[in-house]
Design a protein around this ligand. Structure first.
Ligand code: ADP
Ligand code: MG
Length: 790
């Protein structure tokens, strides 16, 4: 600039050349040119600009404008500068710090800051002619300060928002410089600083020693993270505060740190701790439970791989199988399996591998002693392992087996008992029937030998009826043994019942009134007619048994169309119904529910077989029909047979044929009273005795026999069945009769060989016993002999 000044053509400026400048200006310019900090001076009324090299950047890169008037050099800031310069020209020093000036640089206005003073400069005469200035641009510092302030404001905002209080601890004075937020967090008046002692005094008593401890070791360690409780002034509430500080460094007196409220975290933490403790307790309790179950379970428990490798077993495994855990773990299931169970077990494992749970799978495991234990398994797959539980069912199985055997034996015994009863009952019936047949045939033979043919038909019919019933009886036996083939034929039930009427009437005797209520046009049914006869006969006998003192018995036929399933075993369809109704004792529900059971009987031993209804039911079911009982105690009973309708005409059956003969004759028409409950036998004996010229009076049971005996003036012989219906046995009847007629001859008949043997012991004089079946000749000669002996 010095060089430039020397070469400057001062005539183009308002200033005179430097030689003409006052001394003061010359000295100032020389000082300015020597200085390395920016300086300028404005001189004269035009305020011409003189400056040094360091100042050049202030006026930009333009050509030096030495001596030019200031208004031209700095047109942009001139309006702002002018008043200031004028004040200085008036003799005042005008100083500025960080004065903002808008400087346009390369067309862009920019705010910059300057610190300077305008110092008046006088001429040699002492008049202020110019202004001197050494400006200092402070833009960088100002901007930095502004930025710092903004940053701090942001920080404070963040602190407030984030609830972070900052402090600095002066280690020497033990003063804590606190931020506003610090005071808010502590709940105490906002002050820039607090003595450390006062802050410590605000802490919860239990926490005070900890702070002191921390402070005592400040010199060698960081202001550690610490939590303490503070009671707030404002609300009196106790809050948890966390503090974290900077590590002390050599020569650093003030240690900064932060505090924040952690009450909520502390509470959550406490709750979490309680929860965790509870969970831990539950978990350990559960683990203990599981462990206990594992150890105490009577069941064998095992965890194994899908390949059967045994991972673990519980103590029961040892108890059941004899192998210790160590002996089992590491081996495979297959090592213990019965050879026959290996394949099924492998199959089961494959099912497990496919995710299917095993239930009640049984396999035999080898005990340490070489025997096998039957185990019933429940197992669940779980990824690559199987959890299995097994029950030792060896004993159970053995016990079940023993029980089955015992049951089987019992059933066998029951069966034998039943068969015994059945045989007894049937043998009895059979003897009666055979009596009817043999007796009739005897008569036929006699008549034929006499050349008499009248009435032969009657005897033959009687013999046939007995033979039929005997056949029916064998049918029953065969049915019982289930070897009897049914012979189903289209059958007219009305015709069948009508053909039985005579038989039935005789079976029922006088006290029971038989009534037939047959539908005029019954449907034809398809069934075995013999079986149907048998069934009807059985129903009638049951009805008779239920009416010991007489009553009414009604046989009804009907057509029944079953439309909806009845709940029983009767399918919808068309049926022919045969019902037998009596006015007898009826049955309580528990008897109804069991009446169809084989061997179920309420009758005394020797009288009931319990097979009648069971065979009827079996027959009906086999014929694709059914049977029903309707009964009430005291109100009688209706048993109905449902037999399927047959679309077609019934077949017809031809009736039977006959023959008979004779010997010894009655002397003077002796009077014989015959008491026999079996009608055919009775009819037969009556016939034979009349044949031989005896006067015969008949009765079907004890009481009527007694009445008969009492009503007759003369009785020579009592012929009586030993077993009789109506409450009096043949023996009792005989005793009663002998009270009036002590010399009365008595001939007992019985179908029971055993009864005959017993009776022989109590036979008195004039009493004899004959066993059915008996040949009519034998019978007549026995009668003749007894009467002749008299
Ligand atoms: P049983 O006649 O040999 O006893 P059943 O099978 O014929 O055997 O009958 C079984 C039982 O059903 C009888 O013992 C009796 O208690 C009862 N019962 C059968 N029919 C009748 C009826 N009409 N009235 C009362 N009870 C009957
Ligand atoms: Mg019966």
């Amino acid at each position: 600039m010095g060089e430039r000044m020397r070469r400057q053509d001062w005539s183009s400026t308002p200033l005179p050349p430097p030689e003409a400048w006052p001394h003061s200006l010359r000295a100032l310019v020389r000082m300015m040119l020597d200085a390395s900090t920016p300086m300028f001076v404005v001189w004269g009324p035009e305020l011409c600009y003189l400056y040094n090299d360091a100042y050049r950047p202030f006026i930009g890169v333009r050509h030096p404008v030495l001596g030019e008037p200031c208004a031209r050099v700095l047109p942009d800031v001139w309006p702002a500068l002018k008043p200031l310069l004028e004040r200085s020209l008036a003799g005042e020093t005008v100083a500025f710090e960080d004065l903002p000036l808008t400087v346009t640089h390369q067309g862009i206005p920019e705010e910059r800051w300057f610190t300077f003073a305008y110092v008046p400069v006088r001429d040699d005469a002492g008049t202020v002619q110019g202004v001197y200035c050494a400006p200092l641009e402070t833009t960088g510092r100002v901007r930095a300060e502004r930025e710092k302030e903004a940053a701090l404001a942001t920080l404070h905002l963040a602190q407030r928002a984030g609830g972070v209080g900052v402090f600095e601890l002066d280690q020497e004075t033990r003063t804590v410089y606190t931020s506003e937020e610090f005071c808010h967090i502590w709940g105490m008046p906002v002050r820039p600083a607090y003595p450390l002692a006062e802050l410590i005094a605000r802490l919860h008593p239990d926490d005070q020693p900890r702070i002191r401890t921390v402070d005592n070791i400040l010199s060698r360690s960081a202001l550690e993270y610490i939590e303490y409780r503070v009671r707030r002034d404002d609300t009196g509430e106790e809050r948890w505060i966390a503090r974290r500080g900077e590590a002390p460094r050599e020569g650093v007196r003030r240690l900064p740190g932060v505090v924040y409220d952690v009450t909520d975290q502390k509470r959550a933490e406490a709750a979490l701790q309680v929860l965790t403790a509870q969970l831990e307790q539950q978990l350990s309790a559960r683990t203990a439970d599981h462990d206990r179950l594992w150890r105490l379970s009577q069941e064998l428990m095992m965890v194994c791989g899908l390949d059967g490798a045994i991972f673990t077993v519980n103590p029961s495994a040892t108890r059941i199988l004899g192998w210790t855990e160590a002996e089992m773990v590491g081996r495979t299931v297959r090592d213990f399996l019965h050879p026959d169970d290996v394949a099924p077990s492998s199959a089961e494992m494959r099912r497990l591998a496919a995710g299917i749970t095993t239930q009640a799978f049984e396999s035999r495991f080898r005990h340490r002693d070489g025997s096998y234990r039957l185990l019933a398994w429940t197992a669940v797959p779980d990824e690559d392992r199987v959890h299995a539980v097994a029950r030792d069912v060896t004993r159970e199985r053995e016990a079940a087996q023993a029980l089955r055997q015992a049951e089987e034996a019992l059933r066998q015994a029951q069966k034998m008992e039943a068969v015994g009863q059945l045989t007894g009952g049937i043998a009895h019936d059979f003897n009666n029937l055979l009596q009817g047949i043999i007796g009739s045939l005897d008569l036929v033979q006699r008549r034929v030998s006499q050349g008499r043919t009248d009435e032969l038909g009657r005897f033959v019919t009687g013999a046939k009826a007995s033979a039929h019933r005997a056949a029916a009886l064998t049918h029953r036996l065969l049915a019982f043994s289930r070897r009897q083939p049914l012979d189903p034929r289209p059958t007219d039930v009305n015709q069948l019942i009508v053909s039985m009427e005579d038989l039935l009437r005789r079976t029922l005797g006088e006290t029971i009134q038989l009534e037939l209520a047959l539908i005029p046009t019954p449907w034809t049914t398809l069934c075995d007619p013999n079986q149907l006869e048998n069934a009807v006969l059985n129903l009638v006998i049951n009805a008779r048994d239920a009416m010991p003192s007489g009553g009414r018995l009604r046989i009804e036929t009907g057509n029944a169309q079953v439309e909806v399933p009845t709940g029983g075993d009767l399918m919808p369809g068309a049926y022919v119904r045969v019902s037998v109704t009596d006015t007898g004792t009826g049955m309580p529900p528990e008897v109804i529910s069991r009446a169809f059971e084989p061997f179920f009987t309420t009758k005394p031993l020797g009288q009931g077989t319990g097979l009648g209804l069971s065979m009827i039911y079996g027959f009906a079911r086999q014929s694709e029909g059914s049977a029903r009982i309707e009964s009430e105690p005291g109100r009688g009973t209706t048993v109905s047979l449902y037999l399927p309708r047959f679309q077609g005409a019934p077949g017809s059956e031809s009736p039977p044929s006959q023959a008979l003969g004779e010997e010894h004759r009655a002397r003077g028409g002796e009077v014989v009273v015959l008491v026999e409950d079996e009608p055919v036998v009775r009819a037969l004996i009556v016939e034979v005795l009349r044949e031989w010229s005896y006067q015969v009076h008949e009765a079907e049971d004890g009481p009527s026999g007694l009445r008969l005996l009492e009503s007759l003036p003369q009785v020579d012989l009592l012929v009586t069945d030993l077993g009789l219906p109506g409450g009096l046995t043949g023996r009792q009847l005989a005793d009663l009769a002998r009270q009036r007629r002590p010399a009365l001859k008595v001939l007992f008949m019985t179908g029971y060989a055993q009864a005959a043997a017993q009776a022989s012991g109590f036979l008195q004089a004039g009493m004899e016993m004959i066993t059915k079946p008996v040949a009519m000749d034998l019978f007549v000669s026995r009668v003749r002999r007894m009467l002749r002996d008299a």
